[in-house]
Design a protein around this ligand. Sequence first.
Ligand SMILES: NC(=O)c1ccc[n+]([C@@H]2O[C@H](COP(=O)([O-])OP(=O)(O)OC[C@H]3O[C@@H](n4cnc5c(N)ncnc54)[C@H](O)[C@@H]3O)[C@@H](O)[C@H]2O)c1
Ligand SMILES: [Zn+2]
Ligand SMILES: [Zn+2]
Length: 400
Amino acid sequence: MATADRSTPNVDGAPGGTHTADPHRETGRAAGDPATSAATTISALVARGAGRPPTVERVVIPAPGPGQVRVAIRAAGVCHSDLSMIDGTLAPAFPLVLGHEAAGIVTELGAGVDRLSGGERVVLNWSPACRACWHCTAGRPWFCETSGRPSAARGTTADGTPLHVTLGLGALAEEVVVSQHAVIPVPAAVPFEQAALLGCAVLTGVGAVRNTARVAAGESVVVIGLGGVGLSAVLAAREAGAAQIIAVDVAAAKGSLASAAGATDFLLSDESLVRAIRERTDGRGADHAFECVGRAKTIETAWRSVRRGGGVIVVGMGGRDDVVGLGALDVFHSGRVLRSSVYGAADPDRDVPALAEEVLAGTLDIRPLITHRLALAEAPSALDRLTRGEGARSVVSFPT
Ligand SMILES: NC(=O)c1ccc[n+]([C@@H]2O[C@H](COP(=O)([O-])OP(=O)(O)OC[C@H]3O[C@@H](n4cnc5c(N)ncnc54)[C@H](O)[C@@H]3O)[C@@H](O)[C@H]2O)c1
Ligand SMILES: [Zn+2]
Ligand SMILES: [Zn+2]
């Protein structure tokens, strides 16, 4: 396992190490608080190591401690970052419960929980802000120094081996026990499967367009990589009034998904891609390009796809050793800006409820993102589909 890299925390599955403590777990129990129940045995999608296919196992989840809540998961999306936990891109601790994009119902409150009540519909937040560190107090909770590491210790496997959960959540499971700060109430009218997507793909893709690039009406946009994240960027670009939205993927079947989300053009990612984008943007290149794959090569393509002074937003999470090559003269002459967008540069406590309202109002229609619905037992097939670039989001539903 790679050594911890504390200098780059807080990416959807940040490179490097693990942490074992929930930073939000409060100590001490307020007088008069009810005692919490016992640990529970549940089914979860567990990865035993990199390169090993995950399987559904029975695991033991602890009772909520002070400041924690238990959430019965109702729907969980399968994100590429779950695949990155097991394909060598990241180095989490194993055994590991996968999943970090989910919605459910609060079923139990630990001592001292003051911001929630039982029965609330909530979206899970994989980067809860401490509101006290340097980045949080500077208004950038997505860089919170206490959150976003790939795995955290929680519970045990059936034979008592210490278990870990993805991004402090481990949401491809019947239940999670998490900090009260890692859940965000949303209106009960938002369907669980759509609410789940607000917790990662939608917040990330929409936030990249609105918060990081600040796409304006009439601008031109390129989106490379049309999974749940890239398609969310397409949706947001349309909503922002972008005049041209050029969607790009290696899979031809993504063309219909792109147009359903509002893309004006669809191009296959091949040798002629940059030329084709320039032909569609008066020879200059687009105003913004969003890299939603997580590879150096596609970051370079995004770079060459934008005009002088344009912006490249890296949304995809690539490998530590996949190095981006840019010419020094080109960097100077192009005047382009290269930025990443971590968790949509969003404040989930503020932005998830706002997105939920847009979903309810019909102004943000995220239904086209969901292409497969499945049971937990079928979740490994969703990871296979991500490997092949098939469909958009697969959402696991849990029977009530
Ligand atoms: N910034 C964040 O905070 C954040 C949050 C969530 C996910 N992510 C990352 O965003 C990326 C996308 O996530 P997703 O769940 O949408 O993934 P996904 O696997 O569903 O989609 C990726 C898409 O990229 C396409 N693709 C692969 N190679 C390509 C190439 N060379 N050119 C063009 N398209 C190509 C695939 O066919 C697929 O459609 C991943 O790297 C994920 O880890 C980042
Ligand atoms: Zn994710
Ligand atoms: Zn913080």
